[in-house]
Design a binder for this molecule. Sequence first.
Ligand code: 6PG
Length: 242
Amino acid sequence: MSPYRVYDDYEALSRAAGALFAEIAGEAVAARGRFVAALSGGSTPNRMFELLGRSPLCESVDWPQAEIFWGDERCVPENDPRNNARAARSRLLDRVPISEDQVHPIRCSGAAHQAAADYENLIRRTFGSTPPRFDLILLGLGEDAHTASLFPRRPALLQTRRWVQEVPAEDTGQPGRVSFTPALINQAAQVIFVVSGKSKAGAVYEVNAGPRDPDRLPAQSIRPVDGQMLWLLDRAAAAKLP
Ligand code: 6PG
């Protein structure tokens, strides 16, 4: 069982996640002069982003020293409501003193393979040749235990060399995606899952307390090499944990 913290409800969870984001940012800037983070997609982090985009949390992050990436993106236009970067910009990044050249959205409304290669090259330039060690990678969890855009029984999971991988569009009408791979995520100094709601309780239990089966439960492939991992849950999402 990875370390986890449980909060009464979504609002308390979002407040705690925002405060922890600010704390990790402060530690990174103090230690290394910058804070390199990858944001998660989906709807769960929205309230956390809103809180980080306003006082008092907003002032507690040294935004001019931040470099913001995304752990995954749906290959849709930037103004599409499904676009992860759009959600974070409107609630957070458009409201804080961070310049556009510190914000690195995954641009993949075209060919996902090229977008993945381009993003991986950007990460190499950011970190140099050493393995890329993000100060913080935020992750969500799907009801099927996917995280980022690492879906059950899909090849992206098996990548051990590449850091960013394209995920072909599904026949269910899901758009193509670009995702960090477990190889990249597991290099991070700190990985934080933020999960809310009773619909996720089964996946939270299976990933953390069930048998190991990362091909069926992709979030189980997230095991930081020498970083820390923490699950922030509301009571509903934690309901099935022992
Ligand atoms: C995405 C996300 C994905 C998300 C989970 C949870 O692009 O969809 O990165 O991994 O975090 O699907 O989504 P919700 O927060 O909307 O439940």
